[in-house]
Ligand binder design. Structure first.
Ligand code: GLN
Length: 447
């Protein structure tokens, strides 16, 4: 597959021929990565996760409850990429409402990891990652609330980047947990990720949490020869499988050989990441998803009166995982438990952020695993709590609002990719991408 950089030098005619090709290859692939082949505009086709509004498209967040909903407006990221020679092409499969780590909870059925027939692609942006890895998309947009860009990128052997909270507009992104959600690129390499990030980033009046200051373009002066101080947290890495630990150790050696300085640091609050995230994310999700009542959006269930209309539409429209989170979220927000869970989790969130920021006083980047294992098998994670644990390395970065990028570094004996994550200080995407370009060069991962 040609890279995004190469594709941007091609004519619209060549790109429209490529779209025809992508559609037939995607249908023949059996990956179930695309759930639609809509296109909007002219230029280089970018696959869009099914929770980002493209005007006139069906947009469903992988849910039954949004069947029949047509987006009446365009997300700012779509407006932005159209100004840079790109277009929206195709809807990517995802976990319902971006809740999940495997893309098995989609209304459209599971997506398959191109590296192993019976492996999940990760989630929730599993369709985006599987398509880029499978050679049926040049590049894709995903969304990351607790790891949903970085984790599927790691499982599929591609690059996935989550920007600093506030760097990319959330206008037109179907909200899951608004204080954590960010849109970002999933691409074949680091340079393409920088190109797509450059295109979508920037201030937006339509998003009140959008950061309002100038930012440099990154792709044009990416520096893979940068020398940085990179922190590693030993206790953190020890919780991962042997495959991940081995890849981590080998990568550290390669980074040192490339001239980086590795320093040892501690993070004592990471043990609270999962609990804190699942209290806050479910609280926000319960609130955000209250709008799906069968009246305003999508599917409406049979009913005799208004109360039954709400009840039946939500009962029939939402899947099991989404219902579990709505119930958990309403529980932690209820009057008897609000202080004990929600308020406490907000306090812990600040401690988690402060601890990360203390490391950035002395280091440019943190290197960490993305997930504790390679991609699990389809159907393997039946217990939701077990699935939540697979987010242990990614959630803290969203809680702290930091930028992170997942870069493929190795494959295990079964040929399954291992990705590692670099994390930077808020709004320091320049160092993040330079470090990622250097990491990519040092490990020389082959697809
Ligand atoms: N797996 C995490 C969750 O289910 C993260 C999802 C995401 O980043 N959208 O909430």
């Amino acid at each position: 597959m040609i890279t995004l950089k190469e594709a941007l030098t091609k004519s619209n005619e060549e790109m429209s021929a490529l779209r025809v090709d992508l559609e037939s290859k995607a249908k023949a692939s059996g990956l179930n990565a695309y759930i639609g082949f809509e296109s909007s505009g002219e230029g280089v086709p970018i696959l869009i996760k099914d929770n980002i509004q493209v005007k006139g498209w069906s947009v469903t967040a992988g849910s039954k409850i949004l069947q029949g909903y047509i987006a009446p407006y365009e997300a700012t990221v779509i407006v932005n990429l159209k100004m840079k020679g790109m277009m929206a092409f195709g809807r990517a499969n995802m976990d319902e409402f971006a809740m999940g780590s495997t893309t098995e909870s989609s209304f459209y059925g599971a997506t398959v990891n191109p590296h192993g027939e019976n492996r999940v692609p990760g989630g929730s942006s599993g369709g985006s990652a599987a398509a880029v890895a499978g050679g049926i998309a040049i590049a894709a947009l995903g969304s990351d609330t607790g790891g949903s860009i970085r984790q599927p990128a790691a499982y599929c052997g591609v690059v996935g980047m989550k920007p600093t909270y506030g760097r990319v507009s959330r206008f037109g992104l179907g909200a899951y947990a608004s204080s954590l959600d960010q849109i970002g690129p999933i691409t074949q390499n680091v340079e393409d990720a920088a190109i797509l990030y450059d295109a979508i980033k920037g201030h937006d009046d339509k998003d009140s949490t959008s950061a309002d200051f100038e930012i440099e373009d990154i792709a044009n002066n990416l520096n893979p020869d940068v020398k940085l101080t990179i922190a590693v947290i030993d206790s953190y890495v020890e919780a991962a499988d042997a495959d991940i630990q081995n890849a981590f150790k080998e990568t550290m050696v390669k980074l040192e050989a490339a001239g980086h300085t590795i320093v040892r640091k501690e993070l004592s609050n990471t043990k609270y990441d999962i609990a804190t995230y699942y209290v806050l994310a479910t609280a926000e999700a319960a609130t955000n998803l209250a709008r799906y009542d069968g009246v305003r959006y999508g599917t409406r269930a049979e009913s005799k009166n208004t109360e039954e209309l709400f009840y039946n539409s939500r009962s029939e429209g939402f899947g099991e995982e989404v219902k579990r989170r709505i119930m958990l979220g309403n529980f932690v927000l209820s009057s008897g438990y609000y202080d004990a869970y929600y308020v406490k989790a907000q306090k812990v969130r600040h401690l988690i952020r402060d601890e990360f920021n203390a490391i950035f006083e002395e280091a440019d980047l943190i290197l960490s695993p993305v997930a504790p294992s390679v991609a699990p098998k389809i159907g393997e994670n039946e217990d939701p709590l077990e699935m939540y644990k697979s987010d242990m390395y990614t959630l803290g970065i969203n809680l702290a609002g930091l930028p992170g990028i997942s870069v493929p570094v190795a494959k295990n004996d079964d040929g399954m990719p291992v990705g590692l994550q670099l994390i930077a200080k808020a709004f320091n995407e320049k160092t993040l991408f330079d470090g990622a370009a250097s990491l990519e060069k040092a490990v020389n991962y082959t697809k």
